[in-house]
Ligand binder design. Structure first.
Ligand code: FMN
Length: 210
């Protein structure tokens, strides 16, 4: 129930108070929610960049259709997914899992061979469609965690991902940006969306019980 109250409370904040900053402790919790997210085969096919540098945030406004949110928010989290699967990337997480669980190093060989047979046959574009989907799941959990802390957040995909990749030098890391999550504290007076009713499809239209 508490989660539902938090989800009622949150909204896609349109105006932040630039003077209010999120504490490092709370930023860490919002990132941790994403790190704990379930992912396909547990591969965590994405990374998060936490941006608080004002100069960088100002530059990001220009590639976000002029959305001032990005500059005024306390931090901007950028969710960036693997540009493609590689043998090393697939092996890496299963090597870690074997090590952490004290399992034989060949414990996951059959499984990783099956994953490689699927993903390494696909195009990088098909791979990225899959890796980006994993980022969306984590993104949702970060949004919920922020709401639980009464921290505002704005889910954003309204930006030029190629320009952002260049600005953050993501290509060299084998990553492509998927989503942005500005977080901070709402400007109570200046945000036109704050007094508006939250609108969702009626439950009877939304759900089918069979
Ligand atoms: C994937 C995604 C991308 C979004 N991109 C933007 C964006 O670029 N700018 C913006 O102001 N809102 C953006 N939104 C916010 C949605 O418009 C908003 O979540 C939706 O209208 C529901 O309203 P609520 O979040 O206030 O409940 C995005 C939401 C999602 C989930």
């Amino acid at each position: 129930m508490a989660l539902l109250n938090d989800l009622e409370w949150r909204y896609a904040t349109k105006k932040y108070d630039p003077n209010k900053k999120v504490s490092q402790e709370n930023v860490d919790k919002i990132v941790e929610a994403a790190r704990l997210a379930p992912t396909s085969s547990g591969m965590q096919q994405f990374r998060i960049f936490v941006i608080s540098n004002q100069e960088l945030k100002n530059k990001m406004v220009g590639l976000s259709n002029g959305q001032q949110i990005v500059a005024d928010a306390s931090h901007v989290l950028v969710f960036a997914a693997w540009d493609k699967y590689t043998e090393e990337r697939i092996d890496s997480i299963f090597n870690l899992t074997s090590k952490e669980r004290g399992l034989p190093s060949d414990r996951f060989v059959d499984y990783t061979n099956r994953l490689k047979a699927i993903y390494l046959k696909q195009s990088p574009e098909q791979n990225f469609t899959h890796t980006a989907k994993q980022a969306y799941i984590a993104f949702g959990l970060s949004i919920a965690q922020a709401a639980e802390l009464k921290i505002d957040a704005t889910p954003m995909e309204g930006f030029n991902s190629e320009q952002l990749d260049e600005l953050l030098d993501l290509r060299s890391k084998g990553l492509k940006s998927v989503l942005m999550l500005p977080i901070g504290y709402r400007d109570e007076e200046g945000d036109w969306l704050l007094p508006m009713k939250k609108v969702r499809n009626p439950i009877e239209e939304f759900v089918t019980e069979i």
